[in-house]
Design a protein around this ligand. Structure first.
Ligand code: SAH
Length: 348
């Protein structure tokens, strides 16, 4: 059965043509799916029952189901573990900001990138998410929480640029004026640094904000904690970021998880300032989230100190506000736990 929610309007129009139906039927179906967000073909009341039956027999409208929901008791953050149609799991986090609700979505089931400090890597890579499965993280969360999401970050499980085509399709569906009509200016995509894809993204001029996970100012150290650096070292990465800025006029944001003894010395700050001195860079410092299976540590104070020194070196930096610290379970942790539980059940 074909996944109808992942199809663009022109693709639906082609399908209508193939089955000898007028083109406007495609617009009606698309509106039901992306604006009215119905979950069943029976709800598409302005289509003939014959067409509804035909659609029903050839297409599915996917859904996600909540496997776990953790609500913070200190702020409005809610973390969802969603079950996908094939039984796999991904995480989605809803956060409240002064300008509204922001959602952090996953782009893959697991991740191949192997960053040492990241829990998403531990449970291993399974598959890419379809465009519909990214849209559904928004729909199901809005439905469950009763909120309207105004900002999106692609910073959940997975490497978005390793699922390039589906992510581009998702962004097209998300921003389509005949559909969901979300401005991509409210979207941030975070990457570990897949250089050719950063260039390709720049050329698409989508208007979204690019965040690059830097985490270390030198090749030797970065390659140790982020294997992707062996393939695309810092000089190439910096060039690609400058290319992104040159083509889009959008400043790149750098993510830097502060890890004790790994990347938090004053020397590291100096090297980082040197690396970014030709750009009007903004650095987002994150006290590293402790992951059970790994031994990285940091605290807010170390991150503050690092930030203050960076500022004196002329680099604009902020320490990311910690939201939902009581449900933190670093990204990928919930999925990992769910997989372990399932494995235990199977073994019993
Ligand atoms: N694959 C993409 C997006 C997913 S991760 C990327 O690498 O950017 C989102 C962000 O969380 C990245 O900056 C990632 O490096 C960071 N991150 C992962 N594990 C972390 C941890 N334990 N503590 C702090 N930040 C972490």
């Amino acid at each position: 059965m074909r996944d109808i929610l992942s199809l663009t309007l022109p693709e639906l129009q082609e399908i209508m043509q193939d089955i000898h139906k007028p083109k406007f039927r495609a617009s009606q179906i698309y509106h039901w799916l992306h604006v009215r967000k119905v979950t069943d073909f029976a709800q598409m009341t302005d289509l003939s029952s014959a067409l509804r039956t035909k659609l029903q027999s050839e297409f599915c409208i996917k859904r996600l189901f909540i496997a776990r929901k953790l609500a913070s008791s200190i702020d409005d953050t809610v973390k969802y573990l969603y079950t996908l149609p094939d039984g796999q799991h991904v995480e989605t986090v809803l956060m409240h900001y002064q300008h509204g609700w922001r959602l952090c979505i996953s782009t893959q089931v697991g991740c191949k990138m192997g960053c040492q400090f990241c829990a998403s890597t531990i449970a291993g890579y399974v598959r890419n998410l379809e465009a519909s499965e990214m849209l559904l993280q928004i729909d199901e969360t809005e439905r469950n929480a009763g909120v309207s999401i105004s900002g999106l970050v692609l910073m959940g499980i997975g490497e978005p640029l390793d699922n390039f085509d589906n992510v581009m399709r998702f962004l097209e569906l998300l921003s389509d004026s005949k559909g969901r009509n979300m401005s991509l200016r409210h979207v941030t995509l975070s990457t570990c640094g897949i250089v050719p894809r950063i260039r390709e993204l720049a050329e698409k001029k989508t208007g979204l904000t690019l965040a690059v996970s830097l985490h270390h100012p030198e090749n030797a150290g970065r390659s140790r904690i982020m294997p992707v650096n062996r393939r695309y070292p810092l000089a190439e990465l910096m060039e690609a970021c400058q290319y992104y800025f040159a083509l889009t006029g959008r400043r790149v944001t750098y993510e830097y998880a502060v890890m004790e003894g790994e990347n938090d010395s004053m020397k590291d700050a100096e090297k980082l300032a040197l690396l970014l001195k030709h750009q009007q860079a903004h650095v987002n410092l994150i006290p590293v989230n402790a992951v059970k299976e790994r031994s990285f540590h940091a605290d807010r104070r170390a991150a503050q100190k690092f930030m203050q020194y960076l500022e004196t070196l002329g680099i604009h930096a902020t320490v990311r506000r910690t939201l939902g610290s009581d449900i933190e379970a670093a990204c990928g942790q919930l999925r990992h736990e769910a997989d372990k539980e399932q494995k235990t059940l199977r073994e019993e």
